[in-house]
Design a binder for this molecule. Structure first.
Ligand SMILES: [Zn+2]
Length: 226
């Protein structure tokens, strides 16, 4: 009996893999996951896993950790993730984030992740906040960490940073964030999570207001640095 059942399952899996073959997001070849092994290895080779120190007196955050330079396939993945409804791609980013021991060791004393918020109007247009998606996936994989998305809010609708010059970005990021439930960040070491770091003006403004409301220290984590 069981032999027949196994054969049926095996047959179904065969049919399923023919009907719905998982295709690699980058090269389109058939694989087991979102990325095939070859593309995965290529990305692994591109990974920088950088931990850069910053002056908290100037930038309000003490470190910036990022996984990749914002080029090539990483750029494509992040653009699709952010603008083309490919929310599930966050799985790739979190996998790379969690498999690096140096970063894991560095972050082990941090227990709160605050994703950089977007304005609710933008969230409605896009359907999701890309940073919150990455943070939530991270929390799911590493359960000691908790995501707080009701502390830092973006209360002013602004132009997308990606459309502005360096100087305009700094002005555009000013006075657009607010804090609520400030008691939750008092004396806390916080991971501030964003997808891409360009001039740093967004995370600097977020770190500033978190510090002003009692956070002890802040590490910025982004998937890529432009
Ligand atoms: Zn591939």
């Amino acid at each position: 009996m069981s032999c027949g059942k196994d054969a049926l399952i095996f047959l179904w899996e065969k049919i399923e893999s023919i009907l719905f073959p998982p295709l690699c997001y980058i090269c389109g070849k058939r694989g087991k996951n979102i990325l095939c092994e070859r593309c995965n290895r290529k990305l692994e080779k591109l990974a920088k896993y950088k931990i850069e120190q910053h002056d908290a007196e100037i930038d309000y955050f003490s470190y910036h950790i990022y996984l990749f330079d914002y080029t090539g396939n990483i750029r494509k993945l992040l653009l699709d993730f952010k603008f083309h409804d490919k929310a599930y791609l966050c799985e790739i980013f979190v996998k790379f984030l969690l498999k690096n021991k140096k970063i894991g060791g560095f972050l082990k004393n941090y227990d709160i992740i605050i994703p950089v918020p977007i304005h609710k109007k933008r969230q409605k247009e896009r359907g999701y906040n890309q940073s919150l998606l990455i943070a939530s996936k991270w929390e799911k994989e590493e359960t000691r960490i908790s995501v707080e998305d009701n502390i830092l809010l973006k209360t002013k609708h602004t132009k997308p940073q990606s459309t502005l010059s360096r100087e305009e970005r700094i002005e555009n990021a000013k006075q657009v964030y607010e804090i609520q439930n400030a008691e939750k960040i008092k004396e806390k070491d916080i991971i501030l999570l964003d997808d891409i770091y360009t001039t740093g003006s967004t995370v600097r403004e977020c770190a500033k207001i978190l510090k002003e409301n009692g956070a002890r220290s802040i590490v910025v984590v982004t998937i890529a640095k432009d």
